[in-house]
Design a binder for this molecule. Structure first.
Ligand code: ZN
Length: 235
């Protein structure tokens, strides 16, 4: 099984479209989406319609922005930009997309004995995994060898070795390949499709090959000016 792993699209259709163009010749069996389909960007309906119409249906978990944009939470603790964007999103969602967004399950979700998916961490969709300490809490709360998470918008890899040491790595650059070892455990963040926060403006995504136990991460340029114009035009 090969998974196309996407997270934090944030209504950025231009970035998602560039990713989809990039994966056209790559093989994958199923999309796994780690939350925050919407919020910030100007194309929430296009992004949600794409997810909704995927065959086979994607594995997915809810993100914190999905929760607020769906009106399930007031988002009073959001900064002004995030809050205004979520209010705009809720006002502009087509009814079937709002209904779909409201149906996103709260993570973590267990795919099988190997793979777990979550938004922030396995403990809480709002928790951030930035440090080895954050990672240690997530490792303690689960037994899965491989967890994919999002939320930080930073492509990163946390490795727990058999001596309980945690190694922290940023997955920077246009393409990385990580071979997963059988006696280690991993937390992997593919990075954000629609709003990278690691000073590389390109869209980020990953492919996980569960047979070969190999993770590929990629960065893809997209038309940032177009995405920006759409946001300005949306007011
Ligand atoms: Zn996010």
């Amino acid at each position: 099984m090969r998974y196309l792993i996407l997270t934090d699209i944030h209504s950025n259709w231009d970035a998602l479209e560039a990713v989809l163009r990039h994966v056209r010749r790559k093989r994958y069996d199923r999309v796994a989406f780690l939350g925050d389909a919407v919020g910030y960007g100007a194309c929430p309906n296009r992004v949600l319609s794409w997810l909704r119409e995927l065959h086979p249906e994607p594995l997915l978990v809810r993100g914190n922005h999905d929760r607020v944009c769906a009106g399930l939470d007031s988002g009073e603790y959001f900064n002004r930009f995030a809050r205004e964007a979520s209010e705009w999103t809720l006002d502009n969602l087509e009814p079937r997309n709002l209904e779909y967004l409201r149906s996103f399950p709260v993570g973590p979700i267990t795919v099988d004995d190997t793979l777990l998916l979550c938004h922030g961490s396995s403990l809480d969709e709002d928790s951030y995994i930035f440090s080895a300490y954050d990672a240690s809490l997530a490792f303690e709360s689960t037994t899965h060898p491989v967890t994919f998470f999002g939320h930080t918008h930073v492509p990163s890899l946390f490795t727990l070795d058999p001596d309980h040491h945690i190694d922290v790595q940023l997955l920077s650059g246009g393409r990385t390949v990580v071979d997963l070892e059988p006696d280690h455990r991993y937390l992997v963040n593919p990075g954000s499709v629609g709003q990278p926060r690691d000073r590389d403006p390109r869209a980020a995504y990953a492919i996980f090959d569960a047979e070969q136990m190999r993770v590929f991460t990629y960065r893809v340029g997209y038309k940032v000016a177009t995405a920006r114009r759409r946001i300005l035009q949306a007011g």
